[in-house]
Design a binder for this molecule. Sequence first.
Ligand SMILES: [Zn+2]
Length: 311
Amino acid sequence: MIQNFDSLFDLMDAFPDEQSCIDHLRSIRWKDGEFCPYCVARGAHPGQRIYCFSDRKTFKCGDCRQRFSIKVGTIFEDTKLPLRKWFMAIWLITNHPKGIASVTLAKDLKITQKTAWFVLHRLRHAARTPSFNAPLKGETEADTTYVGGKEKNKHAKDRKGGTQGGAGKDVVLGIVEREGELRVMHVKDGKAATLQGEVRGNVAKGSTVMTDEDSAFKGLGRDYTHLAVNHSAGEYVRLGGFVHTNGIESVWALLKRQIVGIHHWVSSKHLQRYVDEMSWRFNRRDMKVTPRMNDLFACVEGRLRYQDLIA
Ligand SMILES: [Zn+2]
């Protein structure tokens, strides 16, 4: 497996043509052995008698007799773009601290903005947090933020009822384990049942959860050591600096720089993908360039169709 593409320049050197990209994808996707994507998709025992044709890019399953490329069953399936352009896009989205706008990517890669938009959404799809992750534990912080435009600018049918301060905006809940993983989710509202349901689904019982004074968090004390700081009373830290929500609040600053600074505005429908992209980078901020990029390559399983995206 190629292990050195710390700069965009190195990347172009390491992957001079389509075949080198195919070989790299093979080495990551089939690191535990080759398998047939069609057998996997049917839920059958994954066909593992795989034959490689002499063109080095066509494979055939010995069980179901289907022919396929390494792209079948991944976010690259049916793409008309050369893999080198995908590799460049992945390098840019994983290494630029705030991500990249589709307009910018379109110019950088000489592709249309529509294609760039679709490429970035497929990469965000790959970056989504798998739901089978182990729960967060130890010292955690939970907080909400509101994202979105002004209610009066929306058409009546798009308006949402909401709580004070967040009327008509989208509610995003973040939970971070100190020195650990961040999870961010676009939730339907800021009510106690919704927020506490997510906290209970993501944080191990008995852990410490720190929040602000938002009454929606009241009741967490039944399952957790719940410590709150009262921001409206000017209190930001308690117990010698132990109780605060500074970790999750620095995440909100990051989120707003990306959404407002890079994308200017994102629709409610796609908001989860943007927060997935941000969380993905945040959770890998200490990784070196090449392993971070290979980490995204390891998540490319699963298609995302354009029809499903715009539906
Ligand atoms: Zn098969």
